[in-house]
Design a protein around this ligand. Sequence first.
Ligand SMILES: Nc1ncnc2c1ncn2[C@@H]1O[C@H](COP(=O)(O)OP(=O)(O)OP(=O)(O)O)[C@@H](O)[C@H]1O
Ligand SMILES: [Mg+2]
Length: 271
Amino acid sequence: MRSRRTACLAEKTLFRELGIPVPEFAAVATRAELDQALAMVGVPCILKTRRPGYDGKGQYRIRTLADADAAWAALGAQAAAVGLIVEAFVPFERELSVVAVRGRDGEFRTWPLTENWHVDGVLSASLAPAQVDAALADTATGYARRLAERMDYVGVFALELFCRDGQLLANELAPRVHNSGHWTIEGAETSQFQNHLRAVLGLPLGVPAMRGHACMLNWIGAMPDAGPVLAEAGGHWHDYGKEPRGGRKVGHATLRTDAPLELAAALERGG
Ligand SMILES: Nc1ncnc2c1ncn2[C@@H]1O[C@H](COP(=O)(O)OP(=O)(O)OP(=O)(O)O)[C@@H](O)[C@H]1O
Ligand SMILES: [Mg+2]
């Protein structure tokens, strides 16, 4: 599922306005502003196009000030059309997402917090429920609720978060069903897809409770052999029928078990 970075700057400004911490950032429209932004935000940092962006596209990692020219050569052409943003690089311990749904009547629900792993900016694996303490999960859910209520949002969305030194920083909001919620198809009483439809149709929302433990693995580039996953009792296979291409999400698998230790064992065998 493609998730486009929509109006990154407005998004981060809204996060701040709602008291949701974000990585340090600065808007960039010209080469001179890039230098100013680097002085303000510091290095390492990431130069991002404000839109569209997905799977880490439209991003350039700036490790030292000497990388500024190369970053501008890569993305500067898009500065006039869509604008750029410089964002501090967050040396996070983990990435988490809240997948949430809000109905037409304002009813708000979230699936259990999900932990995510990215490789080269592309989601590789998601695990739910994330092993975090209740206070952190409440904070994350509270941020999602605040955003949904401010926007009078209806439907499913995901709030992507970095966790650093035990504190949450918001990365982005994806206003749609989200790749980090694909595990809900088999791992939750109601999937994100079903609840999105219920929300927009004005139907009562389904319970987003977990059915045990789930891990989703994205297949990137080409589909692997389905055998090991299909041999698992809780193994589920999704082939998107796409042509193989480097970096492209072509399918995913979800392993679901009742207990976390079973999930670890199933991942050893099937993942
Ligand atoms: N400021 C940052 N510090 C550290 N890592 C980052 C930062 N920004 C992005 N990343 C890494 O790159 C990944 C993709 O970034 P981001 O979510 O901004 O991009 P995207 O292209 O919109 O991706 P998608 O919409 O597919 O999630 C993040 O999940 C994270 O792993
Ligand atoms: Mg993202």
